[in-house]
Design a protein. Structure first.
Length: 390
């Protein structure tokens, strides 16, 4: 790619048509009565906060969810007006900023409400009560805890907007634990309803639950990994409840192609040695970009053929063994499709013993993100210089 927006030959491409497709697939699957929170925390799982948020909303998501208040404020500052829920912990002293920007916060402790209810806000603070039904992370765990907290909400500055929980095993083959969480949620929610007979937004399903068990009582689902075209687990991928399209691909170019003699070494530690004359290509991407040292031995695509990464991955570069001489500037795909060959996010995740969620999150902010619609570039965002619409 030749452009005036970044000056290196490695970049991420985000296919926004695929984000749209994935949202529409889920919306059709869960039906019109349920809304969708597009989960865009962690820079939209490495895909780009604002671009994904806007695409998700245009495609039919009604609201957004993030982990931290900073992320919600980033969306607001970039012109996102939709409802945003912060899923994680927010300090009580930061509640006023959330209220000012119409950002809904999660609470899960009585003492947090005590600290917040005495504050004065310009607008009522929207709150969601988090129930811990088995994730063991954040949330009220018992009816007693819930009933002790509810009276503290009885001030005009606070508005209880929703109630939710999070499932730990909705992507598993064995559903016993999931069913247990679901019935615990039903029990706690019913008990809450008795003491709090006001309308509430109820939401509990993540991607796995929303794709596999759409027919439950909740009003909204929280759709994260599926929106990016990735299945939450191998089980769900095999079940294939809906079709998804991977939005993220990773690209680079050969910046130096040379032939080494037999018994010459490549990279730090000289751990790779040629056993005959070999063509070696250098890629300008390394572990500082999130292409971590464990990627050694994995493969990349050159002209649709797989070539192995040889020698240690350096901070900013790595080397591949080529089957022949290729011109400098030849495009290489590290994740995604080239000609008819495909390297999936799942394959990369398997290689480094992790889950697909972690891989796009690992790809560093310094890596430019190129956004495409109908095959055309619509935006290039580069953390090293401000994004620009084309
Ligand atoms: C509270 C909460 N809800 C929803 C999600 C989205 O989950 P998924 O990406 O599996 O759809 C997450 C992600 O970790 C989360 O922490």
């Amino acid at each position: 790619m030749r452009n005036d927006h970044f000056y290196r030959d490695s970049w991420v491409e985000i296919n926004l048509d695929h984000v749209e497709y994935n949202i529409k697939q889920l919306a059709a699957h869960i039906g019109e009565d349920k809304g969708i929170y597009g989960v865009v925390k962690a820079n939209a799982y490495g895909h780009g906060y604002v671009q994904v948020a806007q695409t998700a909303l245009d495609a039919g998501a009604q609201a957004l969810a993030v982990a931290f208040l900073d992320e919600a404020l980033h969306l607001r500052k970039n012109g996102v007006h939709a409802a945003i829920l912060v899923l994680g912990a927010t300090r009580p002293e930061d509640a006023a900023i959330a209220a000012d920007h119409d950002i809904s916060l999660t609470f899960y402790r009585k003492d947090w409400l005590e600290a917040v209810r005495t504050q004065r806000f310009r607008k009522p603070l929207q709150l969601h009560m988090k129930l811990d039904t088995g994730m063991g992370r954040l949330g009220f765990r018992t009816e007693e805890e819930i009933h002790a907290a509810l009276p503290l909400l009885d001030v005009p500055s606070l508005h209880l907007e929703g109630v939710y929980t999070h499932f730990a095993t909705a992507d598993d083959a064995d559903l016993a634990y999931f069913e247990g969480q679901r019935s615990k949620f039903d029990k706690l929610y019913k008990s809450l309803q008795k003491a709090w007979p006001h309308p509430l937004i109820v939401h509990s399903d993540n991607s796995a639950a929303s794709m596999r068990f759409a027919a439950d009582e909740s009003d909204f689902v929280r759709f994260g990994i599926g929106m990016y075209g990735l299945y939450p687990s191998k089980i769900v991928k095999e079940e294939h409840p809906i079709a998804l399209r991977q939005a993220f691909s990773l690209h680079s170019k050969l910046v130096h192609v040379k032939q080494l003699e037999a018994h010459e070494a490549v990279s730090y530690g000289a751990t790779y040695e040629t056993n005959k004359a070999e063509w070696i290509g250098t890629l300008p991407i390394g572990y500082a970009d999130g292409w971590i040292r464990k990627m050694q031995g994995f493969e990349v695509l050159v002209e649709g053929k797989r070539m192995p990464i040889v020698g240690r991955v350096c901070m900013d570069q790595c080397m591949v063994k080529l089957d022949k001489a290729y011109p400098n500037g030849t495009e290489v795909v590290l994740i995604g499709m080239q000609q008819n060959a495909f390297i999936s996010m799942d394959e990369v995740a398997d290689w480094i013993d992790t889950i697909n969620y972690e891989v796009p999150c690992l790809i560093a902010a310094r890596m430019p993100r190129v956004y495409k619609r109908s095959g055309r570039i619509v935006e290039v965002a580069n953390a090293l210089s401000p994004g620009e619409s084309l």
